[in-house]
Ligand binder design. Structure first.
Ligand code: PLP
Length: 432
């Protein structure tokens, strides 16, 4: 079957609301940081397939665990009974996230983890409003979509007639400050706004949900002081801090959780994506008083706590521990940021390089002064990279996201950076 016919057939059977066409080929197999298509072409994957394969594609140690667990027990629903991998995983999650007095709910996707976190928070204090952020993304289920600030989610929520009761705060973006300040030269107006908003609502807020590094909004790390101030304000009003670590969690940013860079203890943490190393599993970890606020048996899916998915998640965490991948993410991340910042001397298209660990954003601009987004150019860079053997995605139109597996071989990482430079150069010189 030709590629065109294959893609046509895809469109015939899959709903367009369930997919995009970011990688325009058919992937057949993958090893660690490299994927191979049906034509035998090799691509370095700087996306980790949407920040999922932190421990690499088809990691043999993790495959071993899957095979063994599949043969022992493929499923025994933990909502009716008990299974060993689910218990071991929950204990491990409480320990790595450090949530005080923590309890766990297991799920299947980042969306359902955030959905549950919002249910719990609302049921806990029965207040009215949720605080979230402009350009945030928390998932596709109803509460998660209502909490999401990106345009697409806003459009869907409007279409469903479900708007209201979420207040979108400006995200503390120091490169494109919503208040027009420059990095280091501000009074943290972005945090004053939070306090003012909560005062205005007289504290009638059931939770605040935040990505400590905004992912789909443009790989934007919140500044250090912001998060600690945020916790102080929320504590004053007893508003739960819900930290969405679906994209940032499981070691990606050089800590188990991105929030750990800020020395803050969240009330609820959500994990997904990388937790299952490619299999569907998510988790809500929160303070027990909040986690017990819904009736028995009211937020459980038949397949949650599945023993295979739980065993794999546990194996992912143990693999990261045994191979010091959290530290490796930090070191490799610093290396890549330095390399990319080095490229700024020669390439005017790069306006900013930012991130933590192996969650890095390269902000392409038409003009460094105005910081106008170079959207068309970013599209070309993504396309040219693909032609040259590198999968890299863009977010917010102009920001390249660099999120390779934490296990990526150093020489392959450098090869990927060289391809990216060549793609940027080709676009700047009008060769594509
Ligand atoms: N939260 C964040 C920060 C995400 O980046 C995503 C997915 O991109 C989600 C939640 C939703 O996760 P899922 O696609 O697994 O439902």
């Amino acid at each position: 079957m030709s590629l065109d016919t294959f893609i046509e057939e895809y469109h015939r059977v899959f709903s367009r609301s369930s997919r995009t066409e970011y990688v325009p080929t058919v992937i057949k197999e993958a090893y660690n940081s490299v994927v191979i298509d049906v034509y035998g072409r090799r691509y370095i994957d700087f996306s980790s397939s949407a920040s999922v394969v932190n421990t690499g594609y088809n990691n043999p140690k993790i495959l071993d665990v899957v095979e063994k667990q599949l043969r022992k027990l493929i499923h025994y629903t933990h909502i009716y009974g008990f299974n060993e991998p689910a218990l071991k995983l929950a204990r491990k999650l409480i320990s790595i996230t450090g949530v005080v007095n923590g309890k766990v709910i297991l799920g299947l996707s980042g969306s359902d983890a955030n959905e549950g976190a919002l249910f719990l928070s609302k049921a806990y204090n029965r207040r009215t409003y949720l605080l979230s952020y402009v350009n945030s993304f928390h998932g596709c289920t109803l509460m998660a979509a209502k909490a999401s600030g990106i345009d697409l989610s806003r459009r869907v929520v409007r279409l469903l007639g479900e708007e209201g009761k979420t207040i979108f705060l400006p995200y503390p973006d120091c490169y494109r400050c919503p208040f027009g300040y420059t990095r280091g030269g501000c009074r943290l107006r972005c945090i004053e706004i939070v306090e003012e908003k909560i005062d205005e609502l007289n504290g009638d807020v059931y939770g605040l949900i935040i990505e400590p590094i905004q992912g789909d909004g443009g790989i934007i790390p919140a500044p250090e002081e912001y998060i600690s101030e945020l916790q102080r304000i929320l504590n004053k009003w007893s508003i739960p801090l819900i930290v969405d670590e679906v994209q940032t969690g499981v070691g990606r940013t050089g800590r188990w959780l991105a929030i750990q860079h800020y020395g803050v203890n969240p009330d609820i943490v959500t994990l997904g994506k990388a937790l299952g190393g490619g299999l569907p599993i998510s988790a809500i970890i929160g303070r027990s008083n909040i986690m017990e606020s819904l009736p028995d048996f009211s937020y459980s899916f038949t397949l949650s706590g599945n023993p295979v998915a739980s065993a794999v998640a546990l194996a992912v965490i143990e693999y990261i521990e045994e191979n010091n991948l959290v530290e490796r993410a930090r070191i490799l991340g610093e290396h890549v940021v330095n390399e990319l910042k080095g490229l700024m001397k020669e390439h005017e298209l790069i306006g900013d390089v930012r991130g933590k660990g192996l969650m890095i954003g390269v902000d392409l601009v038409k003009n460094r002064e105005t910081r106008e987004r170079a959207v068309a150019e970013a599209k070309k860079v993504v396309w040219r990279s693909f032609e040259l053997g590198l999968i890299v995605f863009s977010v917010s139109g102009n920001i390249l996201r660099i999120q390779p597996p934490l296990t990526i071989e150093e020489e392959i990482l450098d090869e990927g950076v060289r391809i990216l430079e060549k793609a940027i150069d080709d676009v700047e010189k009008g060769r594509v």
